[in-house]
Design a protein around this ligand. Structure first.
Ligand code: GCW
Length: 699
């Protein structure tokens, strides 16, 4: 009998224990509550909100969800996603109000988040409205389920099985997004296959859109500009051709038949070999406007990317501005220009793109990269909120002081009809969604910043850590606060650490040929595009290092507002963290610290490695505060990160030392590698997705 009882209790326990595999993301509250909750409207979206609260709210007080017609909320134009949460105290009901069901759902997630943070007791007085109307993920997912620059398995979208079979992950994805305020998704790669617009694929897209809709997530697609030819069989895809225009109109009509709330198209055109209007002697505006016209009757929009650069140009960093500024004000009102945060390409540190604020008559949106193409894939800890905030908080000065990138894109300064922000997703089929448990924080942070760019990186990290780890083991509050403090410090320092061991002081694009993981500052492939070679960017020689973009060089500085141009132009006033972005600096140049540039560079590389080592030590101390599964996973990732940081430091310092001819200063750990061997070393990268143990340290 005794034996039987213990077997039964074992079974019951086993049923309750959830694997700490990261699959639950930040949504870990037990769904065991039976809260009293009601709503004055019934719909699939309010049903979700009701269920979330009913099963998770443990506050004791009943919750009331109330649709409150717009206008009664007072004040200027409120986003339809706005909501309020009110409660006067323990004896009062909690009331969540919004003009829309969507707003109620956001309010529900907010209330549950407060509960998990221990902030939902007593009085509540919350009013929320998002800064951007469109908070969108860009998936670089291909029809064959490979993911360009994806490091977390293959694509979530199982195109082959769709539309007949739908994975439960689709809904889990929608829920995770809704819980952080993300309300839109581009399903496929900007390097788009024309196939995505075929009837067969549109049926699959519709299946996903139907699942996402109740969570308030609209679907968008990336399109290939040559689709009229490639898919439609037309002899041309020239935007001024009548049949081409007709084709796009019909295609839009077909899509909206299936998906009435379809969002629109994202377009990469005349960039990196993709087709575009310039192939027919037309302009970006001609191309974007033609597509905008096709979408207009359905209220769809075009997000036209400004990521363009031609081989052989003197300075890649100048090209987007040069190509797009002449078209300011010449786009239809349902077009928004999507600009990467920096002028080159998602490097660990770049100045903001000069297009922000400069395009005054065209809505502009920022594109951030959540997936870590240039920051160690899903192997390195790199919490990216500080990087995105650095961009959002940068002052463009275009309309006087305080014209930050955030404010010139969120409608505070320019009367933009479309207000949007995009992040290139880091999700895939890995059980933990993002490859690295700690990379989930970047998905979370993108959503939170897209909602409110004034949140601090620390606030977001603390929230995410609490939601993701608080209930992981049986710990006291003091223990958890220690854990949170340590992990939050690691996360907040991590992006700077990556900058230091990869590309400090404004260096950029020192990556190896064939992958963007490891260093190859020496790489020079005969016949390859010069602007794909590290030497194009670092320009290191016996005199010094760095790209002269000042007025004595490429004059990229002139693309910024005069106040910044002046600051960037002068090595004495240029922020040192960007000095090699804007200047070719002699090795013996005196830095503010008193070190020469060479010494400063060495110290930065050295510091990067020291920091990552300190992360490992800190994490080691946290073992008893966290479940074994995630502890080990993160510890192993940190091991890889240290190996790579040392590899970066050694490759860069040893190579640049050949040119500088100066010793590694005292206080910097001397390289452990041999340059000749590093140059011969080829990383065995399996489809760019999984960099496991390399032979780097093998004899
Ligand atoms: O960062 C570069 C990537 C390409 C990418 C391109 C882009 C989707 O290396 O893989 O292509 O940018 O943003 O279009």
């Amino acid at each position: 009998m005794k034996k039987l009882i213990s077997i039964i209790s074992l079974i019951i326990c086993a049923g309750q224990i959830q694997a700490e595999d990261g699959s639950r993301l930040w949504l870990r509250a037990p769904a065991t509550a039976h809260a009293e909750v009601s709503c004055n409207k019934q719909s699939p979206t309010t049903d979700i909100a009701l269920k979330e609260i009913r099963t998770q709210w443990r506050g004791g007080t009943p919750v009331l969800l109330k649709i409150q017609p717009a206008g009664k909320s007072g004040g200027g134009r409120l986003s339809p996603d706005s909501y309020s949460i009110r409660c006067r105290g323990v004896d009062d009901v909690v009331t969540i109000e919004s003009a829309t069901e969507q707003g109620l759902l956001y309010g529900a997630y907010h209330l549950l988040r407060l509960q998990e943070m221990g902030q939902a007791d007593g009085q509540l007085q919350v009013v929320e409205s998002p800064r951007y109307d469109i908070r969108i993920l860009n998936h670089w997912d291909n029809p064959d389920r490979s993911v360009e620059r994806g490091y977390a398995g293959i694509s979530l979208w199982n195109w082959e099985e769709l539309p007949a079979t739908v994975s439960p992950r689709y809904e889990a994805y929608a829920r995770a997004n809704a819980s952080v305020g993300i309300n839109a998704t581009v399903l496929n790669n900007v390097n788009a296959s024309p196939q995505i617009l075929s009837a067969a694929y549109l049926a699959k897209v519709k299946a996903l859109a139907d699942i996402f809709r109740p969570y308030g997530i609209r679907v968008y697609l990336s399109i290939n500009f040559s689709s009229p030819t490639e898919l439609g069989g037309l002899p041309t895809s020239d935007p001024s051709d009548k049949a081409v225009r007709r084709w796009w109109k019909d295609k839009a009509g077909e899509i909206y038949e299936l998906i009435p709330d379809f969002g629109g198209f994202l377009v990469k055109a005349n960039s990196e070999g993709l087709p575009g209007p310039q192939d027919f002697g037309r302009t970006h505006a001609d191309g974007a406007n033609m597509i905008a016209d096709a979408l207009k009757p359905h209220k769809g929009i075009v997000m036209w990317r400004a990521f363009v650069y031609n081989p052989g140009d003197e300075d890649r960093a100048k090209q987007a501005y040069r190509e797009f500024m002449p078209f300011d004000g010449r786009f239809r009102d349902n077009v928004i220009v999507q600009v990467k945060n920096g002028p080159v390409d998602f490097q660990p540190r770049e100045p903001f793109s000069p297009l922000f604020g400069a395009m005054k008559k065209t809505p502009v949106m920022a594109e951030f990269q959540i997936t870590q193409e240039y920051l160690g894939f899903s192997n390195h800890l790199a919490y990216l909120a500080p990087m995105w905030k650095e961009c959002l908080d940068s002052d463009t000065y275009q309309q006087g002081e305080g014209s930050t990138v955030a404010r010139v894109t969120d409608g505070s300064i320019y009367p933009q009809k479309i207000k949007a922000i995009a992040g290139v997703a880091n999700t895939g089929t890995d059980v933990n969604w993002c490859g690295h448990h700690l990379a989930q924080a970047n998905w979370y942070a993108f959503g939170r910043l897209a909602w409110n760019h004034q949140l601090s990186s620390k606030e977001i990290a603390d929230e995410w850590i609490t939601l993701t780890f608080k209930d992981a083991t049986d710990r006291t509050a003091a223990d958890f606060s220690f854990f949170k403090g340590e992990l939050s410090r690691m996360m907040l320092e991590s992006r700077e650490a990556v900058v230091e061991y990869m590309m400090p002081l404004g260096l950029h694009h020192l990556f190896a040929w064939g992958h963007h993981y490891g260093p190859e500052p020496w790489c020079d492939i005969p016949g390859a595009r010069p602007d794909w070679m590290p030497g194009y960017y670092h320009k290191a020689d016996a005199e010094g290092i760095g790209f002269d973009r000042s007025r004595t060089g490429s004059n990229a500085t002139a693309q910024y507002h005069a106040r910044l141009a002046e600051r960037f132009d002068n090595p004495a006033t240029c922020p040192e963290e960007l000095i090699l972005w804007f200047h070719h600096v002699p090795w013996d140049h005196r830095m503010k610290s008193g070190n020469t540039l060479w010494e400063e560079l060495c110290h930065a590389y050295g510091r990067g490695v020291v920091r990552v080592n300190s992360f490992r030590t800190a994490w080691g101390r946290l073992e008893k505060y966290v479940d074994a599964e995630r502890f080990v996973h993160i510890r192993n990732k940190l091991k890889i990160q240290i190996r790579d940081a040392v590899w970066w430091r050694d490759a860069c310092l040893l190579y640049f030392q050949e040119l500088s001819g100066r010793p590694i200063p005292y206080g910097v750990e001397p390289p452990i590698h041999d340059l000749k061997r590093l140059k011969q070393f080829r990383l065995n990268i399996d489809n760019h997705t999984n960099v496991s143990e390399s032979e780097l340290f093998m004899k």
